[in-house]
Write a protein that binds this ligand. Structure first.
Ligand SMILES: [Fe+2]
Length: 228
C-alpha cells in the first residue's frame, strides 16, 4: 500500500460524502477517527515488532466503506473489503473484521440493529473468519478502532460514551470487556500502557479541531486534503 493510493481513495470517498449532503460533524469524525486509529496502530506495531506499514494502512482504511454504508444499505466492513480486496487483501481483511473483537461472530439475529442489512454480508464475514485464522493485525485494528473518535485518541470509556450519545444506544457490556481485553493484550505485548503513547500522537498535530459543542461547529466546506 502506498500513500497516494490511500490518499486518493479517502479523497474520492470524502467527495461522495460532501455530495450527499452529510453534516460537517461526520467529516471531523471520519478524519479524526481514522487518522487517530492509524497512528496508534503504527506506533504499537512498531513497538510490538509487527509490520507498521501494514498496521498503519489497515487502520487508516478500515472504515473506508463507511461513507457508502447508508447510501448502499450494506455493512461498511463488506463495502471496504470489496473495494480493497484486489489491491491489498491484508487491508481489505481489516475492513471486514474490525468490528468483531477477536473475530468472534455471534449469530445473524444478534446484529439486526447494527452492522448487517443483508444476510449475504453476514455470510461473507462468517465464511472469511472460518477460513482465515485470527492474527495480530486483526486484533490491532480492532483495538485501534476503539481508541479514536471525533476528538482524536480517547479512552475506551470516552469512545463508548460518545458512541452511545451519537447512536442513542449503549455499547453492550460484552463489547466494552472485549475492548479492554484487546488493550490489555497489546499493553502486555509492548510492555507499557497504550494511553501513555497518546501525547506522542497529539504532538503530530494530525487532528482537526472538533468543538466540544457540536452546535458550534464552524460553518465551512472542509478542505479536500488529508495529512498523510
Ligand atoms: Fe472505525
Amino acid at each position: 500500500m502506498n500513500f497516494n493510493f490511500a490518499n486518493d481513495l479517502i479523497l474520492r470517498e470524502k467527495k461522495i460524502e460532501l455530495e450527499n449532503g452529510r453534516p460537517e460533524s461526520s467529516w471531523y469524525l471520519f478524519h479524526n477517527h481514522v487518522f487517530g486509529a492509524a497512528e496508534v496502530a503504527r506506533i504499537v506495531a512498531d513497538l510490538a515488532g509487527m509490520d507498521s506499514n501494514r498496521a498503519y494502512f489497515s487502520a487508516l482504511l478500515h472504515d473506508i466503506g463507511k461513507i457508502r454504508e447508508t447510501i448502499e444499505h450494506r455493512f461498511h466492513g463488506v463495502l471496504g473489503y470489496l473495494m480493497l480486496k484486489d489491491e491489498n487483501l491484508d487491508i481489505a481483511r481489516a475492513c471486514l473484521l474490525h468490528t468483531f473483537p477477536f473475530n468472534r461472530l455471534e449469530n445473524f439475529e444478534h446484529y439486526t440493529k447494527m452492522f448487517f442489512h443483508k444476510k449475504e454480508d453476514y455470510d461473507l464475514v462468517f465464511d472469511f473468519i472460518r477460513s482465515h485464522p485470527l492474527n495480530d493485525y486483526d486484533l490491532l485494528v480492532q483495538m485501534s478502532d476503539g481508541l479514536a473518535n471525533a476528538y482524536g485518541l480517547v479512552t475506551i470509556e470516552e469512545r463508548a460514551a460518545e458512541y452511545a450519545k451519537r447512536h442513542g444506544i449503549d455499547v453492550p457490556q460484552g463489547m466494552l470487556e472485549s475492548m479492554h481485553e484487546l488493550k490489555n493484550y497489546f499493553d502486555k505485548k509492548i510492555g507499557m500502557d497504550i494511553y501513555s503513547l497518546y501525547e506522542k500522537v497529539a504532538a503530530k498535530d494530525i487532528f482537526l479541531a472538533y468543538p466540544k459543542n457540536e452546535q458550534n461547529l464552524p460553518s465551512f466546506t472542509p478542505p479536500l486534503n488529508t495529512k498523510l
